[in-house]
Design a protein around this ligand. Sequence first.
Ligand code: SR1
Ligand code: MG
Length: 425
Amino acid sequence: MSTTTAVPAGYRALETGSLAHWLGGLPAACERLGGAPARWTVREVGDGNLNLVFLVDGPAGSVCVKQALPYLRVAGPSWPMTLERAYYEQLYYAAVAPHVGAAIPRVFHYDAELHAIVMESLTPHVILRRGLIAGHRYANVGRDIGEYVARAGFFTSDLAEPFERKFERLARFAGNTELVRISVDLIFTDPYLESPRNRHTRPQLDRDVAALRADGAAKAAAAELGRRFLGETQALIHGDLHSGSIMVTATDTRVIDPEFAFYGPLGFDLGAFLGNLVLAWCAQPGLERSPGERDAHRDWILDQAKAFWTAFRDRFLALWREPAHGDAWPVAMFRAPGDAAALESARRRYLDALFADMLGYAACKMIRRVVGFAHVADLDDIADPARRARCERSALAIATHWLTRRQECRSIDDALAVLPDRSAR
Ligand code: SR1
Ligand code: MG
């Protein structure tokens, strides 16, 4: 993971003091911001693991500038990382924009030398993870993300695209190796063995973590999902679709941060969202100020999980039932009497397989956030370690069940029935 990244000539990290001057040379930014650069205000607001993020306000509007650093922001220069992630991020936005419309921010400019993207500033949106931690609700978020994954996934899959077009894009995204390496190591490998990068709540979770690392069935399931993560080029996936990669208002949902994008299994994006919703659900008893205070919020989170899967399934099936132009399941092959039923049952099998993948990848995403390198604020914000460990233990139990027994779950209700009831708090 710690390959040395050469910083190209012409690259410099952007700074709040000089950013307005640089933006002043970009017509698209000037038009959006209005007035003279001297009147623009600049704030650095990045709180993710990787990049610099600036919000710039002018008399006419705002822009967001996201710049890749030559290292991992949370780790510092000791963990070098490719600047090219900004290239893949804007490439993903461009690829899915025709299919998902306003569900992603508009990109105004990409600077290939500075590895910086100038894009729409999402205001007054907040990061979904922060909203879930605060106990806020967003009526349509599950449905919106389900629709998003269905549209982005279907239209970049072999069901919708001729393979020549897919192969051309696949070849370009195949260069995103450093980011895929992070996922391979941090999601599918490190959590299941001793690694200096791992951490967990000690000593409370010591035995749980030891049990996981001795659980051959769980490790085999994770390894198989990891193999398919690398081997299945089902669709162009976002690659990091957790609740920190989603911004919301009461009525609007946007997907951001697709720098981990590549062609992989669609269940990985489905699992990222579901797994992070369930992590938020697990964290609520640790975040509440009085027993039961967050019960209604937990119920709402589960409603969103159901709405998410239902919206995804219904939209994906609806798109597939329309005339499509992909090389997989060519429409022209299925025009004889009786073919409609065969085709429909194939669609159902495809969705059943995606459902099982979603549960498996959700499990991997949950486990890595409890015992691996990068945790989630939902759980980390629980100050009392004993309380936090109880929440984390319930996340590990759900995830291990999904990892090893997901084929027993035939519906989203079956899958969520695995979650412990309130009396077990
Ligand atoms: C080393 S980066 C850690 C994590 O942050 C990103 O959001 C991805 O989830 C990555 O695995
Ligand atoms: Mg991110």
